[in-house]
Design a protein around this ligand. Sequence first.
Ligand code: PLP
Length: 688
Amino acid sequence: MDSKSITVHNGSEIYNNNSLNKTEQIEVEPSKSKPKKVWTIEDSEKLYRIQGWGNPYFSINSAGHVTVSPKGDLGGSIDLHELVESIKQRNIGLPLIIRFSDILEDRIERLNACFSKAIARYKYKNSYRGVFPVKCNQHRQLVEEVVKFGKPNKFGLEAGSKPELLIAIATLNTPGALIICNGYKDREYIETAMLAQRLGKTPIIVIEQVEEVQLVIEASRKLNIKPVVGVRVKLSTKGIGRWAGTTGDRAKFGLNIPEIIQVVNQLKSAGILDSLQLLHFHVGSQISSISVIKDAIREASQIYVELAQLGANMKYLDVGGGLAVDYDGSKTNFYASKNYDMQNYANDIVAEVKEACEEKNILPPILVSESGRAVASHQSVLVFDVLGVSQVPNQEAEIITKDEHLILQNLYETYQSINPKNYQEAYHDAIQFKEESISLFNFGYLSITERAKVEKLYWGCFRKIQEILKSSEYIPDDLEDLEKIMASIYYINLSVFQSAPDSWAINQLFPIMPIHRLDEEPTEKAILADLTCDSDGKIDQFIDLRDVKLLLELHPLKLTYKYFQSTASDTVENSALPIASISEPYYLALFLGGAYQEIMGNLHNLFGDVNVVHIKLTPSGYKIEHVVKGDTMTEVLSYVQYNSDGLVESIRRQTEQALQEEKITIKESRMLLQNYERSLSSYTYLSD
Ligand SMILES: *Cc1c(COP(=O)(O)O)cnc(C)c1O
């Protein structure tokens, strides 16, 4: 059979579309005749693509829980679900960032090992000395760990601002490790960096603006210190993806070629051209295509060689950041992925630089990279719980009789006749009848009870069609919206603005999945809505093999129904309505969010920093190394200049007044003040 046709259920052909993006015929077995396949953890692995983005750190164990192997292939693993439960027992609530120090160590070792391997492979006659860009994640414990784990490889730090410089100088104590000083600089920045030489550090001042040269020359004279200077070049190589504008002639940062020549001349006439030792470039973050990296290296290598020939004492080539993270695990040049691995990256850099230098007989430079995302992303896992779910109306459709309004009869007939052959037509009919009924209602020809019947039938049609689509391998284009319309909304105990700002600001994708129940089929499809009162506070794009998916497969919440018991004595009998509550917490996690998210998060709706715990593997399991408590309400309120004592005092005064006026009882006033004060010292997120 050569046509691209889809056969559904009973073998009848209902779809024949030459634009179908599939080459083979898809046979869908009748769902009823086959026993339902048991869901396995392999199905979950495939669905959430955990091997694609999680290898070698994250996987699923036989209990259906996500496990973390912080040392990668070297052994030792932690059941993430058990870990979360045990952290909660220590009274540390969700949402929660769990940092795995061993993952950070593994990333740093891997990066260094890849360069060592490339250097050996190409017999490159110099070394690699990487730096961690502090802006990726400035948290003290993390930066201190980077320094500690990087010691054997003389791994340094990169500062992009004055405060980051202060961190770098104070924290980096590894002899020979570099402090790359980027960003806008004033006299104080430059002098501080130079004076750090006296402490035995190796700062390199990278000139990003022509004006900085004069400051460097003056500071050098004033302090009588010979600085090590670099220049940041604006390459003409185009970047890719969201940060493509980081390069090119109109880029915000760096010097164009005439400006670099000007810098060389200025340093020369000041007699310190031998200070110019480093060439730096940065083509943007998350470079998903290796060809962009190759082009950039080729261009930069030539500039390096030329600078050496102009008489600069060139020693270092700093290739900036850009080493990407495969967020969707697709290994493609999609913006959330990358079509190369760390070893390819190192190989290409080493090989290109070697070739350019050999051609002109120039000593090859020490290679520096400023990989932030690739180092810091994996170590952090953000765990949060689901607070509730909103589903589409699910009341039963009612039987419509012959004496009712014609539109109701039409819709009812559509509802009753839906089958695998006509569902597509029925879908459009249902939409049309519903729209007509709304107009009829608006003109007063349909009553509100009739409209209620219409809506129940309408949703009834959609549910029937959805059932048919569930056992179908293919969803026709015009029915793609149905899934979205029928999707559930899972409310999550999180602020997207605080904890995943890039998801909101630039639609960055992160892998998100449940951390337990993975041996169970996730039968719901949902988007995630956060705690803020902002309609942008949601996540509705998820990783997929191709492109993105708009809904995430999740498990139905486990609920219990309780009858509301009022303590008040005057409660009437019929107030005892069942209230659903979550009987077993449902935990989701966002992975690979260790770079940029924490510091760029904001206080929208005053949801503050989340709790952070640092976990380290031990021979017998793991230990909690540090706990950094998230913001309390008092803390976030102080960021906007409220003083909690003042707030309490204001409430106390107003309560006193109300007491005087007998608007509040003494018991109520005590409760109000107690709640108020307790809230001030507690977490900004919801607790269970
Ligand atoms: C942001 C930045 C980096 C880090 O980039 P990643 O893609 O996270 O590795 C490195 N260098 C400079 C100059 C930067 O601005």
